[in-house]
Design a protein around this ligand. Structure first.
Ligand SMILES: O=C(O)CCC(=O)C(=O)O
Ligand SMILES: [Mn+2]
Length: 189
């Protein structure tokens, strides 16, 4: 695990090979098959990717104008969460899954700074499948970090990251295969 300090108190932990490739491939196949994928949003605000949100019972999470109600943990995701919590030294009660079907799927630059995440959230991010460019841009300077988040990689964003940096996965014209990203968050009820 690499530690990368960011300007203004952000802190990243990065392991490009957290899951062995064969295990990542099995997880990718299981998630493709058993996840109730949906394309959220309406009209021009329709998300250019498919999502699913797993969480402890009773929780809701609202972002980009869409309120997600908790889907109960599957055994696969519950076990994965426990394992990631041990590595990150924190606990999480929710997991957002994003499926980027090809290079025209994306997520725009944003912060994970919804009020229910608390002041300095720790966000865990596991990627599976085709590598995509994950870019972090500092809000008031030209500082930028980029990661080709690949199959089995783990990125943890902590410290003040969500106050001073936006992150996103831009569209690409290159031929890229599907990618699944799982982000873990602790949400207050
Ligand atoms: O797909 C990714 O790597 C990032 C996903 C993300 O930032 C989010 O869901 O908030
Ligand atoms: Mn995010």
């Amino acid at each position: 695990m690499q530690t990368i300090p960011l300007l203004d108190g952000g802190l990243l932990h990065y392991d490009p090979a957290f899951l062995p490739a064969d295990e990542a491939a099995t997880l990718f196949a299981v998630l493709m098959a058993e996840t109730p994928w949906a394309q959220e949003g309406t009209g021009v605000r329709r998300f250019p990717r498919l999502t699913a949100w797993y969480a402890n019972p009773g929780l809701t999470y609202t972002y980009s104008g869409v309120t997600h109600h908790a889907t109960p943990w599957t055994p696969t995701l519950a076990a994965l969460k426990t394992r990631l919590e041990a590595v990150a030294g924190t606990t999480w009660n929710s997991m957002l899954l994003n499926w980027y079907r090809d290079g025209s799927d994306s997520i725009g630059f944003h912060t994970d700074a919804e009020p229910e995440l608390g002041v300095n959230p720790i966000i865990g991010s596991l990627s599976l499948g085709s590598p995509r460019r994950f870019i972090m841009k500092h809000m008031t300077s030209d500082a930028q970090h980029e990661f080709a988040l690949g199959h089995g990689s783990l990125l943890i964003m902590g410290g003040t990251s969500q106050h001073h940096w936006r992150h996103g996965v831009p569209k690409t014209k290159q031929a890229v295969g599907p990618r699944i990203n799982l982000t873990l968050r602790q949400i207050s009820a």
